[in-house]
Design a protein around this ligand. Structure first.
Ligand SMILES: Cc1ncc(COP(=O)(O)O)c(C=O)c1O
Length: 358
């Protein structure tokens, strides 16, 4: 009988709650206003020939590299950051190698690492999700071949300084260090601007968040050109679809659109955090387009009550250290106002029933 590899059989499938997402979607950190109208115009103008041909990645890769101030050999366009993680795991992890992650964090690092048969070493974040640098450094072993850090981190919204990331890269020269900058645009700081980046350090970016293109599945993996040549060997030459490649240059050119949206999100994040303080709820100041808040034992009723008001938010209560926590995406100002109005109502109702502490 055909059997999947032992490593695959032990995987727990990651099934994000994608069903029934009608309403104001503040559950996946997507853009709530969608992509630039210039991208939509380009999309509408696509012809049948573009779709008939196999996609050509290189010319677009050269434009993206130029935008980032890198050489084309230093980047690879990927089918979202998800694929970038997958390719790094496939390129560097042998069975029984170790992959270190700091938890709570994005789920896909562990899944792709485990699929290669690697052992995932989880280092628990400190108080208030402080980055556990000393603990992480102490867990580096001769078997450590991958260390993934989301910066800013999902679901906590916390960030680390470039100095911390460089220390990790230096401490583990035989490991691929992935700095996942999926939320870079909302944070504004990047390790990519450090000219003395070690050769084992990789940076991932996505167009799924600030650019509003999650449905197109497009991301970037950047790194040392020799290492990227290795990763490229593992990737399909057609990993990024023709539609994404056709519109990506337009998305990059319309920086005004992206920056306006980012500015709106940053204003909304501040207002939302102030509101959470006023409501007396514990939250963690965020560097991304979402805020993690502790609702307490009534988290499920809270999520349900928001859903009844047409607002979807994300249950994170099973993440380590996130008991009773919910993640709220920050969207446009109008959407944040809608969220805040619903939050006030729902929290008040739950407090009347004494399900959320005042
Ligand atoms: C930290 C982090 N990395 C990567 C992703 C996935 O990005 P993409 O849509 O480019 O695969 C997410 C999505 O939520 C994320 O939070």
């Amino acid at each position: 009988m055909l059997e999947a590899r032992a490593a695959v059989k032990t995987l727990h499938a990651y099934r994000p709650p994608l069903a029934g997402r009608q309403g104001l979607r503040l559950d996946f950190n997507e853009s709530t206003i969608g992509c630039s109208p210039r991208v939509m115009a380009k999309l509408r103008a696509l012809d049948a020939e573009t779709l008939a041909r196999y996609p050509e990645r290189e010319p677009v890769e050269a434009e993206v590299a130029d935008f980032l101030g890198l050489d084309a050999a230093q980047i690879l366009l990927t089918n979202g950051v998800d694929e970038a993680i997958h390719l790094l795991c496939a390129s560097y992890l042998e069975p029984r190698d170790e992959a270190i992650i700091v938890v709570p964090t994005f789920a896909m690092y562990a899944i792709f690492a485990q699929a290669e048969g690697a052992l995932v070493v989880e280092v628990l974040a400190g108080e208030n999700f402080a980055f556990p640098l000393a603990d992480l450094l102490a867990r580096i072993s001769p078997r450590t071949r991958l260390i993934a850090v989301a910066n800013p981190n999902n679901p906590t919204g916390t960030a680390v300084t470039p100095d911390v990331l460089l220390q990790i890269a230096q401490a583990a020269p035989d490991a691929a260090i992935l700095v996942d900058e999926a939320y870079f645009e909302f944070h504004g700081e990047t390790i990519l601007s450090h000219t003395a980046r070690p050769a084992n350090l990789f940076v991932a970016r996505t167009f799924s968040k600030a650019y509003g293109l999650a449905g197109l599945r497009i991301g970037i993996l950047a790194g040392d050109s020799k290492q990227m040549a290795m990763v490229r060997c593992v990737a399909s030459p057609y990993n990024v679809n023709a539609v994404a490649l056709a519109v990506l240059p337009e998305a990059l050119r319309d920086q005004e659109y992206v920056q306006q949206y980012v500015a709106e999100v940053l204003r909304g994040r501040k207002v939302l955090q102030q509101e959470l303080s006023t409501l007396g709820l514990q939250y963690w100041p965020s560097r991304a387009n979402f805020v993690l808040v502790r609702i307490g034992p009534a988290y499920a009723e809270f999520i349900q009550a928001l859903r009844a008001r047409g607002i979807l938010v994300r249950d994170r209560h099973t993440d380590p250290g996130c008991e009773g926590c919910v993640r709220l995406t920050v969207g446009s100002e109008e959407h944040t106002r809608t969220l805040i109005a619903a939050l006030r109502e729902v929290i008040e109702k739950l407090r009347e029933r004494r399900e959320v502490r005042a």
